[in-house]
Design a protein around this ligand. Structure first.
Ligand SMILES: [Mn+2]
Length: 335
């Protein structure tokens, strides 16, 4: 693992060593990720909770939302909670790709508190709110960072942990297709395969168990994709009415946006989802020069250069008008 650590800057290596020290001295752990948890956050929680348990530590995993059905194959996910136990003070809280406290969706602050906060993330915008900040925007997924940790902890890595790390990296890189992928990404995956992980099994678990209702919803949504005049922006929406008509759940739309991102000429794909609480969840994907993380950040959200999002407290029509105007501005040639 010396090789992987050498790819990092000295400040990161220092924080990494501090992380190991903090983990070593602690007994009780609290883990969380961002709201609407995705494959990266959940895969990290799965693998890291297994490793900490193996070290004899006590681990509590709490997320703002339940684990989506697609990720029910992740080892240990059945122990994940959606409410923090009241009054418990933890030795250490580990935030897995949660760039600021608000993104935890109300899980932070922890009711009883934590003595140390390890803030592990690969987002460019991170408020560095931890007592330890392990921030590496060159990591294709937080799963790469967690893998480094697992390799350095005093507990043998195994196939169950490999399942979580593979899920984290595969889902955050669009199955190893995005520009965020580096030689290091594939070196980590090679190590996972050496533990006996089967790629075919993983692909089936993550991508080939689409519920019929979700497929129906996708069909309805794709019929209504709209484009700007230049064909550089494509957008579409899922409303509460559509969810009801398809019999689908709110968290079954995770991959929808990638269909529009793949259309010839489209530089920015936007997906609007009307939530049951009336707010509108907006997802961005970029293929061109547009930095959608800056766009999302300006609207109050966050993310990466090519994948970002924000939740707006507006009607769907208002949210669409506001977001489309912002996108056109960011596409306009700078004068
Ligand atoms: Mn991620």
């Amino acid at each position: 693992m010396v090789e992987q650590k050498l790819e990092k800057d000295p400040a990161y290596v220092r924080e990494f060593e501090r992380t190991l020290d903090v983990i070593d001295r602690a007994q009780t752990f609290f883990l969380t990720t961002h709201l609407n948890p995705d494959g990266d956050g959940l895969g990290c929680e799965s693998a890291l909770s297994l490793a900490l348990t193996c070290l004899g530590k006590t681990v509590t995993v709490v997320n703002a939302h339940p684990v989506p059905a697609v990720y029910h194959f992740l080892p240990n996910q059945e122990t994940f909670l959606t409410q923090a136990p009241p009054g418990v003070i933890y030795d250490v809280a580990i935030m897995l790709e949660c760039p600021d406290e608000q993104r935890s969706g109300g899980v932070l602050p922890i009711p009883g508190g934590a003595r140390e906060i390890i803030n592990l993330d690969h987002h460019v915008f991170n408020t560095r709110y931890g007592t330890v900040n392990l921030i590496d925007p060159t990591a294709a997924a937080a799963g790469e960072q967690v893998w480094d940790l697992l390799m350095a902890l005093d507990c043998p890595v195994d196939k169950a942990m490999a399942i979580g790390i593979y899920t984290a990296i595969a889902t955050d890189t669009g199955q190893f297709k995005y520009p965020s992928v580096t030689p290091r990404t594939h070196r980590v995956v090679a190590q996972l395969l050496e533990l006996g992980l089967e790629v075919g099994f993983m692909n089936e678990q993550i991508y080939e168990r689409v519920p019929r209702a979700a497929m129906r919803l996708l069909g309805m949504a794709l019929e209504k994709v709209a484009y700007n005049a230049a064909g550089t922006v494509g957008w579409f929406a899922v409303t509460q009415d559509m969810l009801r008509a398809a019999g689908a759940a709110e968290n079954q739309t995770e991959n929808f946006i990638n269909y529009v991102r793949s259309v010839e000429g489209v530089q920015v794909a936007i997906f609007f989802q009307e939530m049951s609480d009336g707010r509108v969840k907006v997802s961005f994907r970029s293929r061109g020069r547009v930095d959608v993380s800056a766009l999302a950040y300006a609207l109050g959200g966050g993310g990466h250069k090519r994948a970002a999002g924000v939740t707006l407290t507006q009607s769907l029509a208002e949210a669409q008008a506001r977001v489309l105007a912002a996108v056109e501005t960011s596409l306009a040639p700078k004068s």
